[in-house]
Design a binder for this molecule. Structure first.
Ligand code: UN1
Length: 506
């Protein structure tokens, strides 16, 4: 529509190049600038950033420790107001932030819009939750004493965020940690350091003190590992691979310090189960939306469509037909459905996977790439038919959908096979039979189950998002139990009788 067209014009006119560097008061970072090239065209340099060195990491930790008490003692309503102000600023500057997402992360413009909206939602949601959570709560008890539960931040929280939601998840983690009263060190994914930097600058502008929220771009060894092994860090919020979550967990456990909290959202091997009562048009639309939106680079994305054999030929034919309509190309064009993948390494993993699938499975469809994609990290969306889920050894993070047929007698085996992957993030169900829906939903071990719709795009506060098993620790982002995990609790019991002594003995 017209509004989107006007927005796209503003996005494509955004001033460049961008710059980023560590945001650590008192630190003098030395080190070379790293050039950022657009995933859509690797000849295009869109900005530069400077990575943190060891001394900068050390300075950030010292600052964060010193800054914690002041922020923690700021009333929750004051912290919430700052986050709400940041939400307003972000809304006002939507085009610039979408432009960053398009240029640095290769996001399409609709994905960029969703990214900014989600970041805004996280800021407002955690602000609102903090107001509720920190309201002093008197606990019922015996007469002669008062009991109060007092919440506060844990201390220094490290937020390590992914490149696939470089603004939304980055901002969400940081907003929760700040709302709860922690001082925060944010480490962005290296691929999206420019976006992280601009999110932090915006929070500073909204009123978060610079020592309370610091920004440390860099690699996992220099920054991530140095932070997570440090005893001054009270907790880590992480979104990324299961493997990295394990490494962080080990680092936290190995420290000679208080036991650190880990909140991890990790990968998935998400399935979509469709029975013969599902509506093929809707099924195909939702399967394509769930598998190929954001070039399949969502941990929530559908990877495996289990389709009941009675409708399988029809659905596979329609899937191939609908995939042929997908436009892969410049994410800055509104006509584009699927943009590039994040970088050359990601593309190579997909190329290797496709080569194996071409040997071991049956190709259903492969979208054609046009000439405009020659200089970018593009990977043509494709679909394969497999015999069994065992043929997928690991999560495939990109636009590849796998299809497996099942017979009516095999529903329980399908559910068991999905549960046996150990992942448990999203599941799609397409069925018009209530009993089937209930049976699958009750037996499947996932965090988010979507029925007769797509299985991506969880809305903050409405569809709390996060998995179980290999998919994460919980609690769910954008849900009511997330913020408390960033806090520590103190119970204060006061003898209110004139005589003193232990009230319960009176
Ligand atoms: C992720 O892909 O890392 O529901 C998780 C969704 C998003 C998923 C974010 N909120 O599609």
């Amino acid at each position: 529509d017209d509004r989107l067209r006007a927005l796209a014009e503003q996005v494509n006119a955004a001033a460049q190049p961008w710059r980023a560097a560590p945001l650590v008061p008192g630190a003098k970072t030395s080190g070379p600038d790293i050039a950022v090239t657009s995933p859509a065209d690797r000849r295009e340099v869109v900005g530069h950033w400077q990575a943190a060195d060891g001394a900068t990491v050390e300075q950030a930790l010292a600052n964060a420790v010193a800054a914690h008490d002041g922020w923690n003692e700021t009333p929750a309503a004051g912290r919430a107001a700052i986050l709400e102000h940041a939400a307003d600023l972000l809304e006002q500057r939507m085009p610039q932030y979408i432009a960053l997402c398009t240029k640095e992360a290769g996001k399409t413009i609709p994905d960029g819009v969703a990214e900014v909206r989600e970041a805004v939602d996280f800021l407002r949601y955690y602000a609102q939750q903090a107001r509720k959570l920190f309201a002093p709560e008197p606990l019922p008890g015996p007469t002669g004493e008062s009991n109060t539960l007092q919440l506060s931040g844990r201390g220094v929280f490290v937020c390590i965020s992914p490149w696939n939601f470089p603004l939304a998840i980055f901002t969400g983690q940081v907003a929760a940690a700040l709302a709860a009263g922690n001082s925060v060190i944010a480490k962005p994914a290296e691929q999206t350091s420019l976006i992280g930097y601009h999110a932090v600058r915006l929070l500073h502008e909204a009123g978060v003190p610079e020592a309370v929220l610091q920004f440390l771009p860099g690699d996992g060894a220099t920054v991530g590992a140095a932070l997570t092994k440090d005893p001054r860090v009270a907790g880590v919020a992480f979104t990324g691979s299961t493997e990295t979550a394990r490494a962080i967990n080990r680092a936290l456990a190995a420290r000679d310090a208080a036991i650190g909290v880990l909140i991890a959202e990790t990968g998935g091997q998400n399935a979509l189960i469709a029975d013969s009562s599902s509506l093929p048009e809707q099924l195909v639309k939702d399967a394509i939306g769930s598998a190929f939106t954001s070039a399949g680079q969502r941990c929530s994305a559908a990877r495996v469509l289990f389709v009941q054999e009675d409708i399988a030929d029809k659905v596979i034919g329609m899937l191939a037909g609908a995939m042929a309509e997908l436009k892969v190309g410049d994410p800055g064009l509104l006509s584009t459905d699927v943009g590039p993948v994040i970088d050359e390494d990601a593309r190579q993993i997909l190329v290797d996977h496709a080569a194996r699938m071409d040997r071991e499975a049956t190709r259903i469809a492969e979208v054609e790439l046009d000439d405009g994609t020659a200089h970018g990290c593009f990977f043509a969306p494709r679909a394969y038919e497999l015999k069994s889920l065992d043929q997928l050894h690991r999560e495939v993070f990109g636009p590849v959908l796998h299809v497996i047929r099942w017979k009516a007698s095999e529903l329980d085996a399908v559910i068991a096979a999905i549960n046996a992957t150990g992942y448990g993030l999203t599941l799609g169900i397409h069925s018009r039979i209530d009993e089937t829906v209930e049976r699958i939903a009750s037996k499947i071990k996932v965090g988010n189950c979507y029925v007769n719709r797509n299985q991506i795009g969880a809305v903050v506060g409405v569809q709390p998002f996060g998995g179980q098993g290999l998919s994460g620790t919980g609690p769910k982002a954008g849900g009511p139990h997330y913020l408390p995990r960033f806090t520590t609790e103190k119970t204060i019991t006061i003898n209110t009788t004139a005589a003193g002594g232990n009230a319960s003995l009176l």
